[in-house]
Design a protein around this ligand. Structure first.
Ligand SMILES: *Cc1c(COP(=O)(O)O)cnc(C)c1O
Length: 359
């Protein structure tokens, strides 16, 4: 069975060597050396500040918690995202208000955001969908005009650069996921990125039960600490992630070459200066075709993924978001990872073409 993704992993002996130290130091978590080093490396790489946490969902919860929004507040969010984005809003006791997406970029539409603003709106939570940067300037203008915070779900954005800057630098806060299925991973993991030192310091306290550096409790925190085994995995993956992205680029381009205009694609931002090839999303003409392709590929031992599906407005609200519903019902992610062999890329494309036929 070929899966939709395959986690990259460092050389086993290197990992063994790295974690051996932990049997001597017995410092397994709580701001260990590896965690501190990983935070430093990521801050340098992306030219912003960073707090690493145990998963991306906790990073979202902490990001929302930073602002102490009043009870009953509304947060404008895209319906075309992974469940965690919206669930974080609901867990925090706020109301998600959905703004539909642009059908070409798959990102939240700035015009739709403006239409959803009420006197209860406190924040916008856009997602850079599949690593495609949102229109960050327009979103920032709306936020400033209406005095809203911007929390980006940048779960897919490791190494995504927009006009030469990491997309993690935009908004008040960006949240990353380092889950095993993402381009760069720490098995489970996530991070909060921001250029705002005050927010970063607060996130650091919230990660560790609200303790400040003098071990006084100054916030209502939680436990979102990453352990040293995972940080060690992250440090070693950091050494091989550039190569992994290069290899993914080849696979991505091969698919595009073989599929041509048999399927539609996400329109990537023209201002992207580096992309990470995290996924291989393709769009079919209708849901039935998408589902046929899904089943037929599965029958041939290829696992694909309907992602994001369903459109979350249909689960968490009674709003309608036609663009998001349409893309959700027609999208499929093909297997993509660095070491995927040509033979499999070719097989997948042959099966798709057989079902779709030439356009
Ligand atoms: C993966 C993902 C998350 C959640 O991250 P975890 O690390 O799995 O908790 C949140 N949002 C989006 C868009 C994701 O793809």
């Amino acid at each position: 069975m070929i899966n939709v993704t395959r986690s990259m992993m460092p050389d086993f002996e290197k990992y063994q060597e790295k974690i051996k130290k932990l049997w001597e130091t017995r410092w397994l978590t709580n701001n260990g050396d590896y965690l501190v080093e990983l935070e430093r490396r990521l801050s340098e790489r992306f030219d912003t500040q960073c707090v690493i946490v145990s998963n991306g969902t906790l990073a979202l919860l902490i990001a929302i918690e930073l602002f102490d929004f009043p009870k009953g507040s509304e947060i404008i969010v895209t319906p075309f995202t992974f469940a965690a984005t919206v669930e974080a809003i609901i867990w925090q006791g706020y109301k998600p208000v959905f703004a539909d997406i642009d059908p070409e970029t798959f990102n939240i539409s700035p015009e739709e955001i403006e239409k959803r603003i009420t006197e209860k709106t406190v924040a916008i939570m856009p997602v850079h969908v599949f690593g495609n940067p949102c229109n960050v300037e327009e979103i920032q203008d709306i936020a400033e005009k209406h005095n809203l915070r911007v929390i980006y779900d940048a779960a897919h954005c490791f190494d995504v650069f927009y006009e030469g800057k990491s997309v993690y630098k935009f908004g008040d806060i960006s949240v990353a996921s380092f889950h095993a299925t993402k381009v760069f991973h720490t098995i489970e993991g996530g991070a909060i990125f921001s250029d705002n030192s005050e927010l970063i310091e607060k996130a650091r306290r919230l990660r560790n039960f609200g303790f400040n550096q003098k071990v006084e409790i100054v916030d209502v925190g939680i436990n979102a600490k990453m352990n040293e085994f995972q940080a060690a995995m992250g440090l070693l993956n950091l050494e091989i992630v550039d190569e992994e992205i290069e290899k993914r680029k080849r696979v991505f381009e091969k698919y595009r070459e073989l599929l041509g205009d048999v399927v539609d694609y996400q329109k990537l931002s023209e201002r992207l200066t580096k992309y990470n090839y995290i996924y291989m999303p393709v769009l079919f003409a209708d849901e039935k075709t998408r589902d046929n392709v899904f089943e037929e590929l599965r029958a041939n031992s290829y696992n694909t993924r309907k992602y994001f599906y369903p459109s979350l407005n249909s689960i968490f609200s009674r709003q309608s978001c036609p663009n998001s519903e349409s893309v959700s019902s027609r999208i499929l992610h093909l297997p993509l990872y660095g070491d995927l062999e040509d033979e499999h890329i070719e097989n997948v494309c042959i099966i798709i073409k057989r079902i779709v036929g030439g356009k």
